[in-house]
Design a protein around this ligand. Structure first.
Ligand code: IPE
Ligand code: IPE
Ligand code: MG
Length: 247
C-alpha cells in the first residue's frame, strides 16, 4: 500500500470530508421526542449528505456514527442505535448501490452482535465494486482505539514502529487523510474522532444540529474550505500558486 504522507490536496473541493454528526439528541429533545427519534432523523440527513457529496465530486466521506464512549449512554439509547444501524443497513444498501457508493465500516466490531456484524459484511460486499464515493462509517470507533490497534498489530508482527508503518496500519489506511473535518451541533472538540488522521484537516464547526445539516449547509462548509490556505508547515509564499506569486 502506498504511503499516505501528508499530501496537499490543492483542489477547492475536498477529496475527503469527515463529519462528527452531533446534535441528534438535542434536535429530538427540543421537539419533546425521544432521543432515538433524533437519531432516525439523523439517518435521513446522512442519506442526503452522501448523495450531495457524490454530486459535488467528493471522493471520500467518513462519518462518526457511534463512539467507543457512546456505550456509556442509557441502555435504551444504545440498543436503539444498534437497532437503527441494522434497519438502516437493510434499507439503504440498494440506494447506495444505485449511487455508486462503496460503504465500509470502521471500528471495533468485536463488541457488536453477530447479526449486526453479518449485516456490515453484507453491505460492504454488496457495494465493494462501487467507485464513485467511498463512504466510511465509524461505528464503535475511537481515535485512541485506532492508534492502539495499529501499534498492537505492528508489535504482533515484530515490525518497526515508524510514522509510515503506523499510518499503514490505521483503520483508514485505504483512503488519504481528511481534508475537511466538520462537526455539527455547536461543540468544538474532536471527541476521540480521527486523532491521527486529522493532523492537517481543516476544521469547520457548525451550530446546526445534525438533522438540520442539509445540502446548503454542506455547500457552505465546502465554500469555507475553498478559502483556506493549506500550508502544511510551509510559509504562505511557498504555497501560493505561481500566477499569484508573480502578481
Ligand atoms: C450524535 O448526536 C449521534 C451520536 C452520538 C450517536 P447526539 O446523540 O450526541 O446528540 P446530542 O449531542 O445529545 O444533541
Ligand atoms: C461524538 O459525539 C460521537 C458521535 C457523533 C458519534 P458525542 O455527543 O458522543 O460527543 P461528546 O460526548 O459531546 O464529546
Ligand atoms: Mg452529542
Amino acid at each position: 500500500m502506498p504511503a499516505r504522507a501528508i499530501a496537499p490536496n490543492v483542489s477547492t473541493i475536498p477529496h475527503h470530508i469527515a463529519i462528527v454528526m452531533d446534535g441528534n439528541g438535542r434536535w429530538a429533545t427540543k421537539r419533546f421526542l425521544p432521543r432515538v427519534a433524533g437519531h432516525k432523523k439523523g439517518v435521513d440527513a446522512l442519506r442526503a449528505c452522501v448523495t450531495h457529496c457524490g454530486e459535488r465530486g467528493v471522493k471520500v466521506l467518513t462519518v462518526f456514527a457511534f463512539s467507543s464512549e457512546n456505550w456509556n449512554r442509557p441502555p435504551e439509547e444504545v440498543s436503539g442505535l444498534m437497532e437503527l444501524l441494522a434497519v438502516a443497513l437493510s434499507r439503504e444498501v440498494p440506494h447506495l448501490k444505485g449511487e455508486g457508493v462503496r460503504i465500509q465500516f470502521v471500528g471495533d466490531r468485536s463488541a457488536l452482535s453477530e447479526k449486526v456484524r453479518a449485516g456490515l459484511l453484507q453491505a460492504e460486499a454488496a457495494t465493494a465494486s462501487n467507485t464513485r464515493l467511498v463512504f466510511n462509517v465509524c461505528f464503535n470507533y475511537g481515535g485512541r482505539w485506532d492508534i492502539a490497534q495499529a501499534a498492537a498489530r505492528l508489535a504482533a508482527r515484530g515490525e518497526a514502529i515508524t510514522e509510515q508503518s503506523i499510518d499503514e496500519s490505521m483503520a483508514l489506511a485505504h483512503v488519504p487523510d481528511p481534508d475537511l473535518l466538520i462537526r455539527t451541533g455547536g461543540e468544538k472538540r474532536l471527541s476521540n474522532f480521527l486523532l491521527w488522521q486529522a493532523a492537517y484537516a481543516e476544521l469547520y464547526f457548525s451550530d446546526k444540529l445534525w438533522p438540520e445539516f442539509d445540502a446548503a449547509a454542506l455547500d457552505a462548509a465546502i465554500a469555507d474550505y475553498a478559502q483556506r490556505e493549506r500550508r502544511f508547515g510551509k510559509t504562505s509564499q511557498q504555497v501560493q500558486p505561481v500566477a499569484k506569486k508573480a502578481a
